[in-house]
Ligand binder design. Structure first.
Ligand code: GDP
Ligand code: MG
Length: 444
């Protein structure tokens, strides 16, 4: 059984106390354990290195949330970073191309290409009402074409009739032609693998690609692939050019480190995961779940998140006091922006304050995302004290001066002022109703 990262960090966490910012030593101690956890989860060594470097850079000097220990803070940063690196959720198969859309499945022998071909076809037929044709290009293994035909019968999906003696490249051309004639929306090409990557395989894949012009090229890989994952993904991506990854056997004991390795070296999204041998056992990719599995932890993340919520509540209370006074100028906005930056953006304060979640959406709709905070802060710091206290002073000439001073333009300044106005309106509204509002915000 895998030892829990939290247990392993136990001694370190207990040994460290102190407030303020994470020190180099805190981070190094925790990262040693993180590194071990990643290697045990079969994340490739070079990816472990680049990942821990990234975390180190983010973690050293980061502010430690009240009520948690430095080591836990590092784990929180590790967890967040891991989710980010694993990529977005729910990137499906892209069918946005003229019919027949060609999907080419590539990968080593036994990785699950044929099974996944049928699973994907079945999904497209049942969920998206597509007409799908499957074709086996595996002329190497005697029973391979028959295996796909049987799966086709099982899920009632067309397979390309087998013609003995044809080369994989010729079958590819014939499959696309047949799909055109048959009025199929999608044609899935199930290619032959090898036990290892070699030149003939890559040449075969490249030629099939040239002929069939696939819209999607999915690399199917066993999630138990260890250190080889990097080499595998890199070779296929460099030589054939993949558009996404499918990880099979996620139902096994493996911790899924291959997902991180392959994503890291190719930058291509994990689109689907296989979770069993049956046709229905194909799932969307959830980066958070995989991150938890890779780190082998559960409780610690929720503990850290709870601490983060407490901090947010404290800040919300301070904010509420300001509102009660009915005061909210650009200085306050600057404070807010800094806090939001520190707390990981919009999701922080806004999401936690009842009644302000709508505000958050409005701000997002206005294109005010986290990347703008820096620019907005620059704008505010280019203003005079009087301007900050009274935004109404900001007429054209002053805006020009501020734009020049902050390296922005008038549109940026107007956006900022609009956001301030919206927030100030909200504050006024809340101030009128302060008793109830304050109580609500304090969770009472
Ligand atoms: P191919 O050589 O790449 O075409 O691999 P196959 O599709 O023939 O799969 C090889 C074996 O792996 C078969 O026995 C499949 O049933 C099994 N398999 C494929 N995907 C999964 C999966 O997600 N979970 C499990 N447990 N087995 C799988
Ligand atoms: Mg096969």
């Amino acid at each position: 059984m895998f030892e829990n990262l939290q247990d392993r960090l136990g001694s370190i966490l207990n040994g460290l106390t102190g407030r303020g910012a994470l020190s180099e030593a805190d981070v190094s101690a925790a990262l040693r354990e993180v590194r071990r956890a990643l290697l045990e989860a079969d994340v490739a060594l070079e990816v472990v290195r680049s990942f821990t470097d990234r975390v180190r850079e983010k973690a050293v000097g980061a502010e430690i949330l009240k009520s948690i220990k430095p080591g836990q803070m590092v784990v929180k940063i590790v967890h967040d970073e891991l989710i980010e690196m694993l990529g977005s959720e729910g990137v499906g198969i892209d069918l946005n191309a003229p019919a027949p859309v060609v999907i080419m499945m590539v990968g080593l022998q036994g990785s699950g290409k044929t099974t996944t071909t049928a699973k994907i076809a079945n999904r497209l037929v049942t969920r998206e009402r597509k007409k799908v044709l499957m074709a086996s290009l595996d002329t190497r293994r005697p029973a391979a074409q028959e295996q796909l035909r049987q799966l086709g019968v099982q899920v009632s999906i067309d397979t390309l009739p087998v013609i003995a003696g044809q080369s994989p490249e010729d079958i590819a051309s014939r499959a696309v032609q047949a799909a055109k004639l048959g009025g199929h929306d999608v044609v899935i090409l199930d290619t032959a693998g090898r036990t290892h990557i070699d030149e003939p395989l890559m040449q075969e894949m490249a030629e099939i690609k040239r002929r069939a012009k696939p819209h999607e090229i999915l690399l199917v890989a066993d999630s138990l692939t260890g250190q080889d994952a990097v080499n595998l993904a890199r070779s296929f991506d460099e030589r054939v050019g993949i558009t996404g990854l499918v990880l099979t056997r996620m139902d096994g004991d493996g911790r899924g480190g291959a997902a991180l390795s392959m994503r890291a070296v190719t930058g291509k999204p994990v689109k689907l995961i296989g979770t069993g041998e049956r046709m229905g056992e194909l799932d969307e990719f959830h980066p958070r779940r995989i991150a938890d599995r890779i780190l082998g932890m559960g409780d610690i993340v929720s503990l850290v998140e709870k601490a983060a919520e407490n901090i947010d509540a404290e800040k919300a209370a301070a904010m509420a006091a300001k509102m009660a006074k009915g005061k909210f100028d650009l200085n306050d906005l600057a404070d807010q922006l800094k806090q939001m930056q520190k707390m990981g953006g919009m999701g922080g304060i806004m999401g936690l304050m009842p009644g302000m979640s709508g505000m958050k959406d409005k701000m997002a709709a206005a294109g005010l995302d986290d990347s703008l905070f820096k620019r907005q802060l620059a704008i505010i710091s280019s203003m005079t004290k009087a301007e900050r206290a009274n935004p109404d002073l900001l007429k054209h000439s002053r805006k020009k001066r501020i734009a020049a001073g902050s390296g922005t333009d008038a549109a940026d300044i107007n956006k900022l002022l609009k956001m301030h106005r919206q927030m100030a309106d909200m504050m006024k509204l809340m101030g009128k109703n302060k008793g109830g509002m304050m109580k609500q915000m304090m969770g009472g």
